[in-house]
Design a protein around this ligand. Sequence first.
Ligand SMILES: Nc1ncnc2c1ncn2[C@@H]1O[C@H](COP(=O)(O)OP(=O)(O)OP(=O)(O)O)[C@@H](O)[C@H]1O
Ligand SMILES: [Mg+2]
Length: 432
Amino acid sequence: MDEKRCGCWAVLKRGVGVGGSSSCKSRSDSAPTTIPRSSLVYDAAETRYLNASNREMCPPNEARPSSDAPPNCTEPKCQLLQFTFQELKSATGNFRPDSILGEGGFGYVFKGWIEENGTAPAKPGSGITVAVKSLKPDGLQGHREWVAEVGFLGQLHHPNLVKLIGYCIEDDQRLLVYEFMTRGSLENHLFRRAIPLPWSNRIKIALGAAKGLAFLHGNPEPVIYRDFKTSNILLDSEYNAKLSDFGLAKAGPQGDKTHVSTRVVGTYGYAAPEYVMTGHLTSKSDVYSFGVVLLEILTGRRSMDKKRPSGEQNLVTWARTYLADKRKLYQIVDPRLELNYSIKGVQKVSQLAYSCLGRDPKSRPTVDEVVKVLTPLQDLNDFAILSCNSRLYQQGRRKKKPELTQQRSFVAQSRSVRDSPVMNNGSGKQHC
Ligand SMILES: Nc1ncnc2c1ncn2[C@@H]1O[C@H](COP(=O)(O)OP(=O)(O)OP(=O)(O)O)[C@@H](O)[C@H]1O
Ligand SMILES: [Mg+2]
């Protein structure tokens, strides 16, 4: 097989010396089990944190500690293309600013086009559309993540994981080439768009993302994703969710081990508290992050939002009391949905988020259980707006032309709706 055309972890290890080097063993792996909170520091984007004692990285050519190495890449599964820098430069129109799809801690992501067979650039609009992520030249941490991404995505294939098509490693240049995801990230849809994401799409996305996680956790060599968040959930034209960014992924505990002890990395607002405090990583850390994303989907609020009043900035802290109280539940539903959501769906999603966010990791469900809970929610059509309309209709039959105020007093009098979304929608207003 042509090594150049089918790069993978094994090839990279030989080619550029990024494989495990004992001289470069991370201090984190022999780190004490309790990491003082004060040692967590934020990166430039102020969203990610690392254990301060582990910020010093090894030189790029031996950056990957062996303990962080992904499972072995077996050649037949690994069909990544190796691009030249020039090919990707042409594919993205010289990395034109107007082809930028987004920017993350790693660097910019550009839209580009390549020929169907191979690595040659294609004219815009022809061949295959790709997303090209280019590593900022200054990032040693980025190199480490780049290697992990190639290692994991080179061998893990699933409909709910984004497809890595290939990579480029040339001098200081590090790039990754992915399938293009037409609808961008869930973050864009939840927080940046004028049109609210419909309830049914929210459920579909939550389920797809859960299936992606379940695949990772259920792998013969389990993988803990460690960076589950809305910006890493990408959407195709039909709102199928795919997980992206495996730079922080970690091989999970094997045999009778219950956890992996590791440096603390992740994104503020999403990481499980016990992991942040102790560095003990289990698959239940991902379940916690899933709970945070589920809350964002339910409420339309960001996991951390400094623009909100102090008691509401941390979504989990703010929402916990509402989730636990069936009568308060509807107050936290994304007001932009108005009453266009399933009543039972909201109840189930809230219960699920609450259990995923349990303080004791053992009390949290597995991702397989999460998938089981979410699956039937796709078919629910007990939309709050329908029950509201039918109440108004019944009322209209009793009183020929009710005034709006009378409608409201009717609803208020109706005991059966006291705890329903009709009385308690997210904005605190009555819509019926
Ligand atoms: N395969 C893709 N197809 C389409 N758009 C993409 C693709 N990959 C990334 N993007 C876009 O680029 C943006 C930046 O992605 P990137 O993963 O670099 O950063 P991020 O997830 O926003 O932040 P972080 O660096 O903290 O993970 C995404 O939010 C998304 O909008
Ligand atoms: Mg990302």
